[in-house]
Ligand binder design. Structure first.
Ligand SMILES: NC(=O)c1ccc[n+]([C@@H]2O[C@H](COP(=O)([O-])OP(=O)(O)OC[C@H]3O[C@@H](n4cnc5c(N)ncnc54)[C@H](OP(=O)(O)O)[C@@H]3O)[C@@H](O)[C@H]2O)c1
Length: 216
């Protein structure tokens, strides 16, 4: 079965990805900051392996990459992100810098996989057009993520990897709030369907959970 590595799977959308890929029989590798208390992630049934990862910790990123030495990953999903409770510098480090540190370290494993796909969770709040101008530190951090993705993705594409960024919708999680209109199941199944249909020509796109293109 194919394999997926989900970065930030302790709750919300990341947990939804872990549950659904595991239910479909995928080999699921999932990271959490608190591996000693994995909570709902620890209860996900199927072929699931857990790894500790604070995305700002270079040693833990190196350890994760080392765990995949000589092995392939078909799909890498960088989901971890933060909306509140941290200062601007930390938000930039988590939302805008860490995805490139993590994906960069894991890229050799993605190259060894058959699926050769990377998906990074961004937000419409980081779009300059459509969906509102970047607002606050969160919007600025996702805008920086989008800009850096557009700079970096051609290097990944040249290595045979298809990479996209997703706006997952306004989703009912701790971050989105329980009153958000899109459920985790709807968001995750929409992104999974879209990922399954990606072709190399789709690399570099900003997509929504419905599979449509989002303006930058
Ligand atoms: N929900 C929405 O409406 C919405 C809309 C647009 C974009 N997004 C994006 O979608 C992604 C997932 O959002 P969500 O709604 O599922 O959020 P969530 O419920 O708040 O979950 C966030 C996840 O990211 C992890 N995380 C946060 N900071 C981390 C760090 N420094 N190192 C490692 N893991 C870290 C959290 O781990 P802990 O449990 O350890 O904190 C948790 O697993 C995020 O990138 C978010 O920006 C969400």
């Amino acid at each position: 079965m194919p394999s997926v590595l989900i970065i930030g799977a302790s709750r919300g959308i990341g947990l939804g990805f872990a549950r659904d890929y595991a239910a479909d029989g995928w080999e699921v590798h999932a990271t959490t900051r608190d591996i000693g208390d994995a909570g709902d992630l620890g209860d996900v049934a199927g072929n699931v392996s857990l790894y500790p990862l604070e995305v700002r910790d270079p040693d833990q990123i190196a350890d994760l990459a080392a765990a995949f030495e000589g092995r392939g990953i078909d799909l890498l999903i960088h989901n971890a992100g933060v909306l509140r409770g941290v200062g601007r510098d930390e938000m930039m480090a988590i939302n805008a810098d860490a995805p490139f540190d993590v994906v960069g370290a894991l890229l050799p494993a993605v190259e060894r996989g058959e699926g050769r796909t990377v998906a990074i969770l961004t937000s419409q709040m980081g779009a300059r057009n459509g969906g509102g101008t970047p607002s606050g530190d969160y919007g600025a951090s996702k805008c920086a993520l989008n800009d850096r993705f557009r700079e970096t993705e051609p290097e990944w594409r040249a290595r045979g990897i298809t990479a996209v960024v997703f706006h997952p919708g306004w989703v009912a999680t701790d971050m989105g709030g329980r009153g958000a209109p899109v459920s985790v199941d709807e968001s995750v199944s929409g992104m999974r369907r879209t990922i399954a249909g990606l072709a190399p020509d789709d690399s570099g796109k900003f997509l929504t959970w419905k599979g449509t293109e989002h303006p930058w």
